[in-house]
Design a protein around this ligand. Structure first.
Ligand SMILES: Cc1ncc(COP(=O)(O)O)c(C=O)c1O
Length: 366
């Protein structure tokens, strides 16, 4: 007899990218590179590191529960008020807060079938019904999502760009979608990868904040290089933010994250360099994959979904044996795909070299 609640039994836990140290230990490898969690391969900004060092002696104190300074800085950045912002222990936590704040037990949530897994997992943890709508050409199908809205729909999660496909829904698709939505539906645009986008027709959900029932999620985990500190934020209308504040744990964002976030926001040079190098890395990877005749989904983010045409889990294990951590896509239902995060130019080259080695070996075995 299990003592656990039934809905918890049904949850498949989130499988995180394999850590570097664990891989070294398990496989006895000296050099390991990680291209698995869409982190910034260039580290955190030096400004953030300096700010953390300067404030290390403060950690005997609780953090400011309202993150006054960081909120103020973010408000200036987005031309909003601090009251429009709520901070989270990563945007993961904000997904949970949003669901807890807005979704009644008999209401539903809609998202895409192949998207960031946490929407579904967190909905399940909170015992909420989630409807998942298939992608169309590896993209969110906003028309199909709109058709699934019913009287019980409260939230719609749109990962834009979408993880793990790297695709995005454009301005026209969004504008069309946002027209005539029922008043009681809240749309969450998760823009974790917005810094990397190189498309003229991208429209941020911010153009609907604070007027419409929209929440935009952003994170310091990707382009800002602060994944290990856990810092994300939501931008929305004041009244929504105030209700979310009721659900938030008082000290969810630690002192160092608050301080580093403030400094990282100021480091435009670091962000520009990251963006430039990632775009360059992407061009290199596309070129090499094209030469090898390997299909991939063109991406506006800092990762690429690759159709490896063979079992992705096996491929992941092979790459791991060479010290390269990538992500298999089994949990997303994409059996023959892998997802690779764009790394430094050196890391990208290692990835391609190992890819060639594995493909070459297979040919020899035939
Ligand atoms: C689309 C998307 N949203 C949110 C997150 C979570 O980011 P955070 O580190 O801020 O919790 C991720 C992380 O992979 C993501 O891909």
């Amino acid at each position: 007899m299990s003592l656990v609640r039934k809905h918890i039994l049904r949850i498949t836990p989130y499988k995180a990218g394999k850590p570097i140290e664990e891989t070294k230990r398990e496989l006895g490898l000296k050099k390991v590179i990680k291209l698995a969690s869409n982190e910034n391969p260039f580290g955190p900004s030096l400004k953030a590191i300096k700010a953390i060092e300067k404030n290390l002696t403060q950690i005997n104190r609780y953090p400011d529960s309202h993150s006054f300074y960081l909120k103020k800085r973010l408000a200036g950045y987005y031309h909003l008020q601090p009251a429009n912002i709520i901070l989270g222990n990563g945007s993961d936590e904000l997904i949970d807060i949003i669901i807890k704040t807005f979704v009644e037990d008999d209401e539903n949530i809609i998202t895409a079938k192949i998207t960031f897994l946490e929407y579904e997992i967190i909905a399940q943890i909170n015992k909420k019904k989630i409807i998942t709508v298939p992608l169309r050409d590896f993209k969110y199908d906003l028309k199909a999502i709109k058709k699934r809205i019913n009287q019980k729909t409260k939230l719609i999660f749109i990962s834009n760009p979408n993880n793990p496909t790297g695709t995005y829904v454009n301005k026209y698709e969004i504008e069309d979608f946002m027209q005539d939505l029922p008043d009681k539906v809240i749309v969450v645009f998760d823009e974790a990868y917005d810094t990397f986008i190189d498309a003229d027709d991208f429209l941020s959900g911010m153009s609907y904040v604070p007027k419409r029932n929209v929440i935009v999620l952003k994170t310091f985990s990707k382009a800002y290089g602060l994944a290990g500190l856990r810092l994300g934020y939501a931008l929305t209308k004041e009244i929504f933010a105030s209700y979310m504040e009721r659900v938030r744990q008082p000290f969810n964002v630690n002192i160092l994250a608050q301080i580093a976030g403030e400094s990282a926001l100021e480091d435009d040079g670091f962000l520009a360099k990251t963006r430039r190098e990632i775009l360059e890395g992407k061009r290199y990877l596309y070129k090499e994959l094209n030469k090898l005749g390997i299909n991939y989904i063109p991406s506006v983010a800092n990762f690429i979904l690759i159709d490896i045409k063979r079992d992705g889990v096996e491929f992941f294990k092979k790459m791991l044996s060479y010290g390269v951590i990538i992500r298999d896509m089994q949990q997303y239902g994409l059996k023959n795909f892998i997802r690779v995060t764009i790394g430094t130019s050196k890391e990208n080259k290692i990835f391609i070299d190992v890819l060639k080695k594995i493909l070459h070996k297979r040919k020899e075995l035939r």
